[in-house]
Design a protein around this ligand. Structure first.
Ligand code: FES
Length: 110
């Protein structure tokens, strides 16, 4: 499957929202500082993690938890949830590129 794909328009994501995109297995955040995307795939064995707004992420399979920025809080997962690069297409769509990871402070203004 393509690793760079559109996930909709900025207006599809209300301000302050955390949206799970099931077919891409990631979360899109719309914060006052901009947009960012975090993988929903647990780095232990690949289950989808759940998001608790403001509290990070929890994996239902073996109990790993992650901070809101994707860092591991408790294992067995040993690796953080990656943040993916985002851009805005010429058509005005948000595009996620899972081939590129970005820093925790990186945001897309759109
Ligand atoms: Fe998430 Fe094991 S797959 S803790």
């Amino acid at each position: 499957p393509p690793r760079r794909f559109p996930v909709g328009r900025p207006a599809d994501y209300p301000p302050g929202s955390v949206t799970f995109v099931p077919d891409r297995r990631l979360f899109v955040f719309n914060t006052p500082g901009g947009f960012y995307a975090i993988s929903a795939v647990c780095t232990h064995l690949g289950c989808n993690v759940n998001s608790a707004p403001g509290k990070g992420f929890a994996c239902p399979c073996h109990g790993s938890t992650f901070e809101a920025d994707g860092r591991v809080r408790t294992g067995p997962a040993a690796w953080p949830l990656p943040r993916y690069a985002m851009s805005l297409s010429r058509r005005g769509e948000l595009v996620v590129d899972t081939r590129r990871t970005v820093c925790p402070a990186c945001r897309l203004k759109a």
